[in-house]
Ligand binder design. Structure first.
Ligand SMILES: *Cc1c(COP(=O)(O)O)cnc(C)c1O
Length: 432
């Protein structure tokens, strides 16, 4: 067909990008699925090519700690799905946070974080990050003024989750983004629970997106991984507050990363400084599994959300259940924010409270059969955990309640089984 009669070339839709972005048939073998490039290192064409690679004058592969062709497809795909300019894949969600903050902060600097976050991130910020001299200042996502008043001259970033783990909290991304812009710092959004299928933080003022790909992106509970996505929106050179990006790099013959790489300089800095020196590279095998998972992301996420809403409605009407925290429920305090930020569904991770308290919580996780009792989310399988007796057991009762993990709280991650079977399992568990 004559190309000129076909009109404009369509921008591929989300479903198409989930399957194709970043991938093409292998140039040497024709393999249609992205191969697992299970190799540590890559042969140089000649001495000049090697020199150009090491000097960042040309793109290419040197060593799989820094780049790998299987990981590169994953990076391009997640960047495309989020609408970012570039991405970097790393060994875990926590590694993504270390590498991203390492690019932004020097010892003595501060960042502001929502206090409603995944418990592992609260630990990482309170302990490991403090050892690096990176000081977290907590703010309340239900009161945006607390972000504003936490800003100091040392503030270098603001960090929130779009849908906060253990679920139920939707953050007003645009409002926090406005605080970040006034402060002249980037907004980092952990989009793990929403995924770009439900929410694209860059459309709401985020500058950087972080993922634990371990959860819904991979989606099958088989691989740990993380991704950093560069929105390409932030001016790293203004006021020289981000010297890794705005000052000459001696090891790369004096180039300035922001000047040379423009709107994907943050992703480059995370790779050629952070990943290079800290080292949490993603294995190409995990990248392969994560890529396979992402091909069905839109289908899975919609089913996760539809199932979760059914289960939340069932629990909300159960006489042994005191409360359900799921933003998709009418009347939930986050229902309006959910309609604005996650109109297709409120994700599949949420908490509810049992009238029978701690004992009832322990009993339910012991009596369910279809649900797996474990510490993960975002699997095809339905998962359950009683935080007070597991992930949050070392906290005081007051701390547990503050973290949304009081003695009566049960967390669910709703899978892709028939929702009737999921509900039947909870029903027999609650009766038992
Ligand atoms: C699990 C999780 C992380 C940490 O990711 P890992 O892959 O386990 O290191 C970060 N943020 C959120 C919201 C998570 O659920």
């Amino acid at each position: 067909m004559d190309q000129s009669t076909k009109g404009e070339i369509r921008t591929p839709g989300f479903n198409t990008l989930a399957i194709h972005a970043g991938a093409q048939p292998d140039p040497t073998t024709g393999a249609r699925v992205t191969p697992i490039y299970q190799t540590t290192s890559f042969v140089f064409d000649d001495v000049d090519h090697a020199a150009a690679l090491f000097g960042l004058q040309t793109f290419g592969n040197i060593y799989s700690r820094i780049t790998n062709p299987t990981c590169a497809v994953l990076e391009e795909r997640v960047a495309a799905l989020e609408g970012g300019t570039a991405a970097l894949s790393v060994a875990s969600g926590h590694a993504a946070q270390v590498v991203a903050f390492h690019t932004l902060l020097k010892p003595g600097d501060e960042f502001i974080a929502s206090k409603k976050l995944y418990g592992g991130s609260i630990n990482q910020f309170n302990h490991a990050f403090k050892n690096f001299g990176w000081n977290v200042v907590w703010a309340d996502p239900d009161d945006i003024k607390t972000f504003e008043s936490a800003v100091t001259p040392k503030t270098k970033a603001i960090f929130i989750e779009s849908i906060a783990n253990p679920g139920g909290v939707i953050t007003d991304i645009e409002a926090v983004g406005n605080v970040a812009r006034r402060a002249g710092v980037p907004l980092i959004v952990d989009n793990t629970l929403a995924t770009p299928y439900l929410c694209k933080p860059f459309e709401h003022g985020a500058d950087i997106v972080i993922h634990s790909a371990t959860k819904f992106l991979g989606g099958h509970g088989n691989s740990i991984g993380g991704v950093i996505v560069d929105g390409g929106t932030f001016n790293w050179s203004r006021e020289g507050r981000y010297p890794m990006l705005s000052e000459p790099r001696p090891e790369y013959s004096g180039i300035i990363l922001h000047e040379t790489f423009g709107n994907f300089a943050f992703a480059i800095a995370c790779r050629v400084l952070g990943l290079r020196d800290i080292g949490p590279a993603l294995s190409p095998f995990n990248a392969f599994l994560l890529l396979t998972g992402i091909e069905t992301l839109p289908l899975r996420m919609q089913r996760h959300c539809d199932n979760a809403l059914k289960v939340a409605e069932y629990l909300a009407s159960h006489k042994q259940v005191a409360w359900v925290s799921y933003p998709g429920l009418k009347g939930d305090r986050y229902n309006q924010l959910a309609k604005r930020y996650v109109p297709k569904g409120s994700g599949a991770v949420f908490t509810f409270g049992l009238k029978g308290g701690y004992e009832a919580g322990i009993k339910l996780v012991s009596d369910v059969k279809l649900f797996s009792h474990l510490a993960n989310i975002g699997d095809t399988r339905s998962l359950i955990i009683h935080p007070a007796s597991t992930t949050h057991r070392q906290l005081s009762d007051a701390q547990k309640t503050q973290a949304g993990a009081g003695p009566d709280v049960v967390r669910l991650s709703i899978g892709l089984e028939d929702y009737e079977d999921i509900i039947a399992d909870l029903e027999q568990g609650l009766v038992a």
